[in-house]
Design a protein around this ligand. Structure first.
Ligand SMILES: [Zn+2]
Length: 708
């Protein structure tokens, strides 16, 4: 069992004696209903608690792996499922605080603990003795009277270990470890090169002539970008949140081109920060890794564990959406070309013109003022709307629980119960932005549902970053914010409604291309007139949102969708092309990432006026870490699922149809990873998903009319 030592800084920084487990609230069993006693938890409790929990888990694993009795489901799989409870509990609290309410001390702990955790898990997942036992249970799984869920859990364990390389001989394991280490180092270099290119680009805007067209909110953000760099005036940098609005509004075509070129050439400047050779080496290493693990290429490796299963299934989907999206984008392009000529322009529309003329077109077609919408979307009403939808669909009730311990005074807790009054769990909403919270919105759990070893109810958290209104005023949301609230609440329901025995497959522990279904699907209800008429009420007068405003809001959501779809799919296709390459032979000339990209785009017929949303030399989803390598398609895969799933309600004529809602709960929200994801979807919908509903949702022609 490996020794887990506390990092040195703990010893020199704190002159208090080490905290004994009996004095550490993270290790005590007195958490009311599983809720941590937040007021008593301090940063210095975490490392000793982690050390204790990691050692305990390592000992449990060693005991399971070295049992003298022959492997059984109970002494191997169930034992693994019961192990590591202390670690899980501490890790959940730490992750929650590190994201939602952090400080310097917690950040220092995060840097110290994350490599230790990575090592801990990789030692377990490649443990040969343990894998032999899992393999033996897997080999007999059909004949030892396991139920369907148990069989699935065995399969998931087997896949996890096999995919980590536990089945390989020592030589192959050694090579795999080398590859993983090299990939990690390359990933870090890749990110740092992009950062360097972004930091090297600063465009100062001098005088009104260079600011022409920019509205106040952009000027303000360019001013604060300048101030951050100690510069007086206005500065354009290469962050997406600056570049996109600049391209959308700046009247200065020459400056738009300059900013555009800076942005799309990040990592592709042929100097010391160039990423093209890193891209080539990482693709080669991933191909080699896939071969070592018995797969044809990295795409097959990735998809084998996803709902999509095969490259053909993904390509078919992308192709079905690409064709109508492309014709929609070309129609928009022609409209913009006409518009710029009408305006006296005598040039061909270029990529740096697209956002600018799209904005002009938008103002003609579906103009609305975001500030007119906000008074109708108060945070409290939108929370009510989300609870109401969950009530109508799944019979859930939400009761405020101000007595439950929370990590910040703004956090609210609710008791969740079923229509029969049975307690389902607790839901925490942490909605407001603050300095101690990282940006974005997410769902997490303090405790996941399980039945193994006693019934455990889930404690589920939503974290958002809405700007809090001052002085106790009602907080008003943009439509995008309200959508985020519904999205995260959909994830929360996936955690809350979970009804399984084994933690391995509880709640959101499902395939990567299925996990966004419960969240994206839930967003659909927010956009229904039935719901908006009921909850989008003026925060002062209580009047419903005017119908014309509502209609413009809906129309605006599909504007310029052809462009957005193409810049996205081009990335997904190129990602698949790159990760389908075989490992390079020694002596081969290295892959030229720029030429490779050009070829991929030519193959799919990318219009010259649109570039990939992320070009390979700065495609962080694929190369800073590897979470989305050969997996960028999954955003669209999930969107196909959610559009198709919502259509199941629309087809009944009732967006709360109870029979459909019951199937949705049984097969998706409550089911966790109990079933193969495609089987689970089929059980809900009676068939596999098609792209038709997505095409309608994005405002594209029906596929049959648009193909070819
Ligand atoms: Zn999500």
């Amino acid at each position: 069992m490996p020794e887990i030592e506390a990092p040195a800084f703990l010893d020199n920084r704190h002159d208090t004696p080490p905290i004994a487990p009996a004095d550490n609230p993270l290790l005590l069993g007195d958490w009311t209903g599983g809720v941590p006693p937040f007021s008593r938890v301090r940063a210095e409790h975490f490392l000793p608690a982690y050390a204790h929990a990691l050692a305990e888990h390592a000992a449990e694993i060693a005991a399971i792996a070295s049992r003298p009795e022959p492997p059984t489901f109970a002494n191997t799989i169930a034992a693994l499922e019961l192990s590591g409870r202390t670690l899980e509990r501490i890790d959940n609290v730490f992750s929650l605080l590190a994201g939602a309410h952090t400080d310097d001390a917690l950040q220092e702990i995060e840097r110290a603990i994350s490599p230790q955790l990575a090592r801990h898990w990789s030692q377990i997942n490649t443990n040969a003795a343990l894998f032999r036992r899992i393999d033996a249970v897997m080999a007999t799984a059909e004949h030892i009277g396991l139920d369907a869920e148990q069989k699935r859990v065995v399969e998931r364990y087997h896949a996890r270990f096999r995919r980590a390389g536990a089945a390989l001989d020592e030589k192959a394991k050694g090579r795999l470890a080398e590859i993983m280490e090299r990939l990690a180092a390359l990933g870090t270099a890749f990110s740092q090169n992009i950062l360097a290119d972004e930091q090297a680009f600063v465009l100062r805007l001098e005088g009104e002539a260079e600011l022409a067209g920019l509205p106040d909110f952009i000027r303000e953000s360019l001013q604060s970008e300048a101030a951050e760099r100690g510069i007086d005036g206005y500065v354009v940098t290469l962050s997406r949140s600056t570049v996109e609005p600049f391209l959308q509004f700046s009247d200065r075509r020459d400056l738009r081109e300059k900013v555009f070129r800076g942005f799309v050439m990040r990592g592709d400047n042929d100097g010391s920060t160039d990423n093209k050779t890193i891209v080539a080496e990482m693709a080669g290493l991933r191909a080699e890794r896939a071969r070592l693990l018995g797969y044809a290429d990295f795409v097959h490796y990735r998809l084998d564990d996803a709902m999509a299963k095969t490259p053909a299934a993904v390509r078919d989907l992308l192709g079905a959406v690409w064709r109508p999206a492309r014709s929609s984008a070309l129609t928009d392009r022609d409209a913009m070309q006409a518009l710029l000529q009408e305006d006296g322009g005598n040039f061909k529309l270029e990529p740096w013109d697209w956002r600018y003329y799209a904005e002009k077109l938008r103002r003609r077609v579906c103009d609305f003022d975001e500030t007119a919408i906000k008074p109708y979307l108060s945070l409290d009403r939108m929370i009510e709307a989300a609870f109401y939808t969950a009530g109508r669909l799944f019979g859930l009730n939400f009761t405020p629980r101000p007595d439950v311990a929370v990590w910040h005074p703004d956090v609210r807790a609710w008791q969740v119960s079923g229509s029969d009054g049975k307690e389902i769990g607790l839901f925490f909403g942490d909605y407001f932005a603050r300095g101690s919270k990282r940006s974005g919105a997410w769902m997490t759990s303090i405790r996941e549902q399980r039945r193994l070893g006693g019934d455990v109810t889930p404690l589920v958290v939503n974290v958002c970053n809405f700007a809090k209104a001052p002085g106790g005023e009602a907080t008003l949301l943009s439509f995008e914010d309200a959508r985020t609230l519904f999205h995260e609440f959909g994830h929360a329901l996936h955690g809350l409604l979970s009804s399984v025995t084994y933690p391995m497959i509880a709640g959101t522990n499902v395939a990567v291309d299925l996990v966004e279904l419960p969240s994206q699907l839930f967003e659909h209800w927010l956009q229904q007139p039935e719901l908006l008429q009921r909850f989008a009420l003026h925060y002062q007068t209580g009047a419903p949102m005017p119908e014309q405003l509502l209609a413009r809001l809906i129309a605006a959501r599909n504007f310029n969708k052809g462009f957005a779809t193409l810049e996205y799919i081009a990335c997904a296709e190129t990602d698949l092309d790159l990760h389908a390459l075989p490992p390079p032979h020694p002596g081969d000339p290295p892959l030229d990432a720029r030429a490779f990209e050009t070829e991929s785009l030519a193959r799919i017929g990318m219009p010259a006026e649109i570039v990939m949303r992320h070009r390979l030399p700065h495609f962080a989803h694929l190369f800073s870490g590897g979470g989305y390598a050969a997996g960028y398609y999954s955003y669209m895969w999930s969107e196909v699922l959610d559009a198709d799933a919502f259509a199941a309600f629309e087809e009944t004529g009732d967006i709360f149809d109870s029979a459909t809602a019951k199937r949705l709960r049984d097969c998706i929200y409550a089911a966790g990873g109990r079933q193969d994801p495609a089987e689970a979807y089929k059980a809900f919908r009676g068939r596999l998903p098609t792209a038709d509903a997505l095409l309608r949702k994005r405002g594209f022609a029906a596929p049959t009319a648009a193909v070819k």
